[in-house]
Ligand binder design. Structure first.
Ligand code: HEM
Length: 399
């Protein structure tokens, strides 16, 4: 096939038609435009995610790692769970998992309910809100701030969000391509995040129950997370656990309002919510793709992937592959209930899955109970300029 145009404006509006075309005609497609293979079928994505011949490591110019204004970014990239391969990954994951158990997540339930209710208390009398900025964006950040013991102050939380956004500015770009002003913002953001983590670690001494205290204390045979690793883990939680949820909540509420039959079933039987959240995760998979690098020559379908080649695994396409999910564009909460590939597979499978599920379940359930007349107050959904996480820019709703 000719080179399909990827990552243009139309794809922000609706990426699914392009994914379907690639899945059908060229499922392991080499895109000259970005110099990477694009993998769109479920079983190929699944296979690569479990294949040790694909690496998660991303490289940064190591010479700049110390004494550089972007040193916090290098520390993040080089000490992060998500950008590591075994054996480093095995070690980090074991230490992080010790702190992040299903039991520690379950303890957050009542606090999440309270946070959702507080957000709804503020907007309820107004009878309208921007669902994104009034609900879907602040909720995950507040939950993470609580989980990590960072800050309760809304202004501070806004600062934290800006710091996360700025910190990621150099991501996926060569240092030489960054404007000085962008480098300066990213460096400042690194300083802000490092100070927030330092402060929270000091406070964690008095809150031995907190996740951060557990992370700092987690050890195995005397092995502990280093300072850089603690910083990288906290920042990774903030980044990985934030926009994905904003995306799931926003696109999820749109999907539910557009499928009133499914919403009706949920109103009749709230025990269906956990299944509904898994189905929503499949349908609106927030992370469009994740990246790997081949470390050996690998043959997949008709494609010869060479060692060193970059590969984009399109999770959002895999989630709508009709070979695995019949009638894939339809929200059907009665489908089989396994976790969808939207949370990854294999060794890097999302460590925050139980928290994401609990947060989304609580948010949707409280939202539709407290605002029974909720409806969209727009006919056109506007998407943010982000090809990786599918973020709604604003979403006026009324009730
Ligand atoms: C709807 C919400 C979420 C989605 C769609 C999502 C998606 C994902 C995906 C696809 C991966 C695999 C990345 C890869 O293989 O390269 C991942 C890993 C990860 N996620 Fe999530 N995530 C969500 C929520 C969260 C939350 C709430 C947290 C924590 C607070 C979190 C923390 C992590 C971490 C630490 C990893 C790295 C695990 C590893 O490398 O071993 N995520 N997530």
């Amino acid at each position: 096939m000719g080179e399909p145009v990827l990552f243009d404006e139309a794809m922000l509006e609706d990426p699914y038609a392009r994914y379907a075309l690639l899945r059908e005609t060229d499922p392991v497609h080499y895109a000259d435009q970005i110099g990477a293979w694009i993998v769109t079928r479920h079983d190929d994505v699944d296979r690569i995610l479990r294949d040790p011949d694909f690496s998660s490591v991303i490289t940064f110019d190591a010479a700049r790692a110390t004494g550089d204004p972007l040193r916090h970014l290098y520390a993040f990239v080089h000490s992060s769970l998500v950008f590591s391969d075994p054996p480093s990954h095995t070690r980090l994951r074991r230490l992080v998992s010790r702190a992040f158990t299903p039991a520690s997540v379950a303890r957050l339930r009542s606090w999440i309910e309270e946070t959702v209710d507080r957000l709804l208390d503020t907007v309820e009398p107004q009878r309208r809100m921007d669902f994104v900025s009034d609900f879907a964006a602040p909720l995950p950040l507040r939950v993470l701030a609580e989980v990590l013991g960072l800050t309760f102050d809304p202004d501070e939380q806004r600062r934290l969000k800006e710091a996360c956004d700025d910190f990621l500015l150099p991501f996926g770009r060569k240092p030489a391509d960054l404007a000085d002003e962008e480098s300066a913002r990213a460096a400042r953001a690194g300083g802000t995040l490092a100070a927030a983590v330092r402060e929270a670690l000091d406070d964690a001494v008095d809150q031995p129950e907190s996740l951060l205290a557990a992370l700092a204390a987690a050890s195995e045979d005397g092995d502990r997370l280093s300072r850089d690793e603690l910083f990288a883990t906290v920042v990774l939680f903030l980044i990985a656990g934030h926009e994905n949820l904003t995306s799931l909540l926003s696109n999820g509420v749109i999907a539910l309002l557009r499928h009133p039959d499914q919403l009706h079933l949920l109103r009749q039987d709230p025990t269906l919510w956990p299944a509904a959240v898994r189905e929503l995760l499949r349908l609106v998979a927030p992370n469009q793709f994740i990246r790997r690098t081949a470390t050996a020559d690998v043959h997949i379908g008709d494609a010869d992937i060479r060692a060193g080649d970059a590969v984009l695994l399109v999770l959002a396409s895999a989630c709508r592959d009709p070979a695995v999910h019949p009638d894939p564009d339809r929200l059907d909460i009665g489908r089989p209930r396994d976790w969808p590939i939207a949370l990854g597979r294999g060794i890097h499978y999302c460590v925050g899955g139980p928290l994401a599920q609990l947060e989304a379940e609580t948010a949707f359930q409280r939202l539709f109970t407290r605002l029974p007349g909720l409806r969209l107050d727009t006919t056109r959904i506007e998407y943010a300029n982000n090809f990786n996480v599918r973020l709604v820019a604003r979403l006026p709703v009324t009730w």
